[in-house]
Design a protein around this ligand. Sequence first.
Ligand code: ASP
Ligand code: MG
Length: 422
Amino acid sequence: MRVFKFGGASVKDAAGVRNLLSIVRQQTDDLVVVVSAMGKTTNALESIVDAIIRGDKPSVDAQWKALLAYHELIALDLGLDISEIMADEMFGAVMAHRNASNMPYDDLYDTIVSIGELISTAIVAAFMNKEGVKTKLWYMPELLITDGTFREAVVNNQASAQQVQHAWHDPYRPRVVVTQGFIGGMQSGHRTTLGREGSDYTAALVANYLNAESVTIWKDVPGILNADPRLEEHTVLIPELCYSEAVELAYSGAQVIHPKTIRPLENKHIPLFVKPFGAPGEAGTIIKDAPTEPVNVPVYIWRKNQVLITMRAKDFSFVLEDSLIRIFDVVRQCKLKVSLIQSSAVTVSVCVDESRSLMKAIQMLGEYYNVTYNAHLELLTIRGTTPDIIEREQRGRNILLSQLTRRTAKFVINTQSPTRSH
Ligand code: ASP
Ligand code: MG
């Protein structure tokens, strides 16, 4: 069996869903098709959650109406009646939580944001069945069992493997199964999410549990490129990568795959293909154990929306080991995502993704350290770099911090904001 994953961009309209079907039709193997929310639905649902928390009911209603209309239109174009596809739970969840402004944010988030994947998969599965590709729709919150760390739920692999294998070995299962990426559920049935862009991770977990032949992530790019084609004029396709190199790229901010995706695949030596959904015949990129072609071009990766936090001990009694423990305890509590660490005799700097708990973290750190921070930064990572490249990339840029290792250069770049203190 194989696992296919289709991201939001690949199912953003009816043409995308038709294309998905044609790709599935070209397969004769058994398939689990993992699908994300359509287009920018996850962002829209996040914005609805924000409106609920603000208590802004007119905004909740207007946004939900627009989101429903978007899906209705796609369904209509595909010849489907959305009211027959969507379970009451999906229609009702937003309305049932209209007044839930006192609910804990993370909990509410998972209840509401998970609806995006439920709607998209309901539409995709209904369309495939209508078109004669017999398909079973799996409800992932009952199969992918997680703890209650809302927005970043931790998967219980043993329980989940059992559930997924059991569902897979159902004698009445058709050849094709469609299911949601990014979402899971607690034993209690409460829905959870695995972190933004988590659908790739779901696909990898399912592949691991079912010993898949391969995973294919269908994207709107030709495969993994050495730079973002929206930022660089000349990009080249990287035909092969090993697992660890892929993790490095993903962690540095390459948008092509979620960093958590690789481990479950590497553990079972399952190759991962990244292919263009617009040209399914093309080879794309393959990530596997031992590539035969080494990466021989420099790779540029931008990680945006970065904040550089620098901590200096208040009393100069800086003990690095103790400080690191304290700092990373705050990082963990506030669920910050660290992209770079650097230390000197009296300071530690960490670069993190912007997030809503940032100010809380800075306040907590402020108890022990003099903290300075800059927001709206970007982290540029160049792998396979040369002195020439480093020289060129530094020119004319406001670089706050650089880190050089043998093959990799990292620059934290200020594009706008002044330094602030706390
Ligand atoms: N729909 C989710 C998101 O946009 C998960 C995913 O696309 O992988 O973050
Ligand atoms: Mg997405």
